[in-house]
Design a protein around this ligand. Structure first.
Ligand code: BYC
Length: 470
């Protein structure tokens, strides 16, 4: 097992102490990171003590330590999963060859692009969420927000470690640029679409952690298969932390749904808004928005980039070991495509459809969560159900980008689509209504009107003082 050094200025299990050049580079980046955190991280609360989890090891049992920490004092460290002995490339043209411990020169640009794209999402999400601390529905939720934020910060460290270790001067420049782009900024935006979208309220936040963080899970699973072993080990450990973020999203939406059902039953007209709740139609519209934005993060349906990443052994499928054929040279994917204004089908060589293969696995996982929310509705005696829209609805990237598909995946006239837009996506009026519900509830054990309480955390009750505000 790797040695963990927790006393170093940058906690790590990569023996930083013995690589003076790398240590110097990272120690130079550290103050820039902290400056960015103070400027773009959670607004206020920097002096507050938050009950946070910090990664301190990489073994499954006891990898994290829980305690009260002020966020700027969080110990952002560099942790890689332990190496797997005699690990071999599991897919593509190099199946069975030993994995690379150093950067293969011919794949330098592709790997840099993957690492930078992944890295860029981490600070972006912190920027998107920076104002939410002012309106959390409970102390428990406030703490979860900050937990997610500090760990996205750590994931940025993870990618910056790879950039500094393996990409020389280019890598150092990219690491600086990761702190310079800004979510939603017209002149220097973040790289991927969803990471420039505002997260204005807590319904957005829970949808984001449910759907967008879950894209992160599948991208990380695909990178964990990489033949570039340091990338594989880095992303494998990131997945350990990521699970909690998706838990926050999935259970956050579930708690809203539970509360909504309760309010529907409490009033003869089932009017939820008059009671300070969020009606199912509004929940569905937010679900539609964040699901579509997150589907875009898988890239185009037909992608030669994805084919070359796969061929080269850089980015695999999730759990590649579950597939029989690791070359993926023979198969095809039956892809719905639009030709002459009609939906048809095209047989796409499997390697060019790798983004779609990953997207399908993601959709199944999302469906599992939606089924769970629907069970809560059923238990409450509510007959309406939530659903996932078609993969073609409201897409900005790929084959269906900009085409007027409705949530059922049927092509509409553009004018009809525009007319019905506010049935399917959050309207200005929805946003205004939700904004009106966003008030901080920071008394221990109290909760906002639009969401049900949670169980608590680490065996602690819901009314625990998760953030010390006094
Ligand atoms: N927005 O060949 P294509 C996470 C560009 S989330 C804007 O189809 P490819 C997290 C693309 O760059 C996970 N542009 O795409 C979650 C290309 O541009 P060029 C993040 C986009 O390369 C919550 C062109 O369109 N991880 O961790 O196969 C909180 C054609 O692209 C988008 C990764 O991203 C878009 N959505 O796939 C915190 C993993 N999509 O070259 C964290 C690393 C595509 O023509 N990245 N484009 O100028 C990748 O694997 C791939 O870059 C992508 C794109 C899957 C993102």
């Amino acid at each position: 097992m790797s040695n963990v050094d927790l006393t170093a200025k940058i906690p790590n299990n990569v023996d930083l102490g013995h690589d003076k050049r790398l240590l110097r580079a990272l120690e130079q980046w550290q103050p820039d990171y902290l400056r960015w955190w103070r400027e773009m991280g959670p607004s206020d609360f920097l002096e507050r003590e938050v009950y946070l989890r910090t990664a301190v090891a990489v073994d499954a049992a006891g990898w994290a330590h829980f305690d009260y920490v002020k966020m700027p004092d969080y110990r952002w460290g560099i942790f890689l999963a332990d190496p797997v002995g005699d690990r071999r490339i599991g897919f593509g043209d190099h199946v069975g060859e030993p994995v690379w411990q150093v950067l293969p020169g011919e794949h330098r640009n592709a790997l840099r692009r993957l690492v930078v794209t992944q890295g860029d999402t981490e600070p972006a999400s912190v920027e998107q969420q920076r104002l939410l601390g002012h309106t959390a529905p409970s102390l428990y939720d406030l703490r979860n927000l900050f937990q997610v934020n500090v760990e996205e910060g750590r994931h940025l460290w993870a990618m910056v470690y790879l950039l500094h270790s393996f990409f020389g001067r280019d890598g150092r420049e990219e690491a600086e640029a990761l702190l310079e782009r800004r979510s939603g900024d017209k002149d220097r935006p973040r790289i991927l679409g969803a990471f420039n979208q505002p997260i204005e309220n807590w319904l957005d936040f829970f949808m984001f952690t449910m759907f967008t963080d879950r894209d992160g899970k599948y991208q990380l699973l695909a990178l964990a298969e990489s033949g570039f072993d340091p990338l594989s080990r880095t992303t494998r450990f990131m997945l350990t932390e990521e699970a909690h973020h998706m838990f926050v999203g999935e259970t956050g939406v579930e708690r809203i749904v539970v509360r909504t059902a309760e309010l529907m039953k409490a009033e003869p007209n089932e009017d939820v808004r008059t009671q300070g709740g969020i009606d199912l139609a509004t929940i569905q519209r937010h679900l539609n928005l964040w699901f579509a934005l997150s589907l875009d993060l898988f890239g185009g349906e037909i992608s030669s980039n994805a084919a070359s990443f796969f061929a080269a052994g850089l980015k695999g499928r999730h759990h590649e070991e579950r597939y029989d054929d690791h070359a993926a040279l023979g198969g095809h994917y039956a892809m719905p495509v639009v030709a002459d204004g009609k939906l048809g089908e095209q047989q796409v060589p499997l390697r060019n459809a790798m983004n779609e293969v990953l997207r399908d696995a993601y959709v199944d996982d999302c469906q599992r969560a939606v089924d769970r929310w629907n069970r809560r509705l059923e238990e409450a005696g509510v007959s309406e159900r939530l659903y996932l829209a078609s993969k073609r609805f409201y897409r900005q990237i790929g084959l269906y980008a900009g085409l007027p598909f409705d949530p059922e995946g049927r092509l509409q006239e553009a004018a009809e689509w525009d007319r019905r837009r506010s049935e399917w996506l959050p309207s200005a009026a929805d946003r205004e209504y939700i904004q009106g519900l966003m008030h901080p509830v920071y008394e221990r054990g109290k909760i906002a009107s639009w969401i049900a309480p949670a169980k608590g955390l680490k065996g602690l009750p819901f009314d625990h003082e998760y953030v010390r505000l006094g």
